[in-house]
Design a protein around this ligand. Structure first.
Ligand SMILES: [Zn+2]
Length: 81
């Protein structure tokens, strides 16, 4: 399944970019954020593939504890919205 990465700001009060994923059938799922560090890694809170909430210790790695989805290695990153 191909997923597009969507970034958006929840509010001007936050300078952190939030992240969701959109599948080919236009369903939007998952939840994450782009860290403020220079490496711009994606933190994964809720997985767009298995829809489980991530285990806290794996959030900053962007790695789903349940199915292994890696938010930082996805090939189809498209930034929009
Ligand atoms: Zn998962």
């Amino acid at each position: 399944m191909k997923l597009k990465l969507i970034t958006y700001n929840i509010s001007p009060a936050y300078d952190e970019l939030n992240v969701r994923w959109q599948s080919n059938d236009n369903k939007i799922s998952g939840l994450g954020f782009i860290s403020k560090g220079e490496d711009k890694r994606i933190g994964l809170l809720k997985c767009p593939l298995c829809h489980n909430e991530n285990y806290a210790l794996n959030v900053m790695d962007g790695l789903c504890s349940w199915c292994g989805f890696n938010a930082n290695k996805h090939e189809n990153h498209v930034t929009n919205i």
